[in-house]
Ligand binder design. Structure first.
Ligand SMILES: C[S@@+](CC[C@H](N)C(=O)[O-])C[C@H]1O[C@@H](n2cnc3c(N)ncnc32)[C@H](O)[C@@H]1O
Length: 230
């Protein structure tokens, strides 16, 4: 199935579900998403990685950006193409270290080599131009800077339980609660059309990132991937 990942389509889809996104996110992951984000912060802290200047790309309602505040950074840029998702972040948190801007992964309002860490939580799968986005992330990161991707990757092997949950349960409940006809069937298709974790790591290496570590958060499906700019 061909997915429409144009900026217009993706931003309007997330604008439509913005008010119910957090509830659905926590509901469908049984709150594990919170633990996965905390795990990223723990990794950064325990490895003593410099974190003055951070970017949470595809920040949405900002749960990752808010979690990153625990690292006491100087600034966190929360960037997203959906103004309504970002409005939810504004309502949740008014810490002036978080700078909220509508911006796309392919063209970020930041200087080259100015960022210590870029995080992307459940966003990269939706990027319309993944190659261009990886180049742009590479540009803004400082040498040795870290790209951290929390994502649902395509499965290496078929998993009947996963397919049942994603094709039968999630679209029905997602439609009922989010009142969007498309968002939660898009979710399944976007995962099935995305790369496996190893394919993603290979692709990132073609864009100058070296694989540092990846963690299987859930069922060899949800991973945190840590990549370093060469
Ligand atoms: C599933 S939400 C994730 C939100 C948040 N990061 C989280 O962890 O819950 C995906 C977000 O990616 C944003 N997005 C999709 N493509 C994007 C792009 N090319 N550049 C910036 N944001 C994008 C969407 O607008 C949406 O808010």
């Amino acid at each position: 199935m061909k997915l429409d990942k144009s900026r217009e389509n993706i931003s309007s889809m997330f604008d439509d579900i913005a008010g119910r996104y957090d509830f659905l996110n926590h509901f469908f992951t049984a709150n594990l998403d919170k633990r996965w984000r905390k795990g990223i912060v723990k990794y950064i802290r325990s490895n003593n990685i410099k974190c003055d200047m951070l970017v949470d790309l595809a920040s949405g309602t900002g749960d990752m950006a808010i979690e990153l505040l625990n690292l006491t950074p100087l600034k966190i840029y929360a960037l997203d193409i959906s103004p309504k998702m970002l409005d939810m972040l504004k309502k949740k948190c008014d810490d002036d270290r978080i700078i909220i801007e509508v911006a796309e992964s392919e063209n970020m309002p930041l200087e080259s080599s100015s960022v210590d860490i870029v995080t992307i939580g459940f966003g990269i799968r939706n990027f319309s131009n993944l190659n261009k986005s990886l180049d742009e992330i590479y540009r803004i990161l400082r040498p040795d800077g870290l790209l951290i991707v929390l994502e649902m990757f395509n499965l290496e092997k078929r998993n009947i339980l996963f397919e049942f949950y994603f094709t039968k349960i999630m679209p029905v409940l997602g439609k009922l609660i989010s009142r969007s006809n498309t968002a939660y069937s898009y979710l399944h298709n976007s995962v099935m059309n995305f790369k496996t974790v190893n394919q993603f790591i290979d692709l990132a290496s073609n864009h100058g990132f070296i694989h540092e570590y990846h963690k299987n958060n859930f069922q060899k499906f949800v991973y945190s991937v840590f990549l370093r700019k060469l």
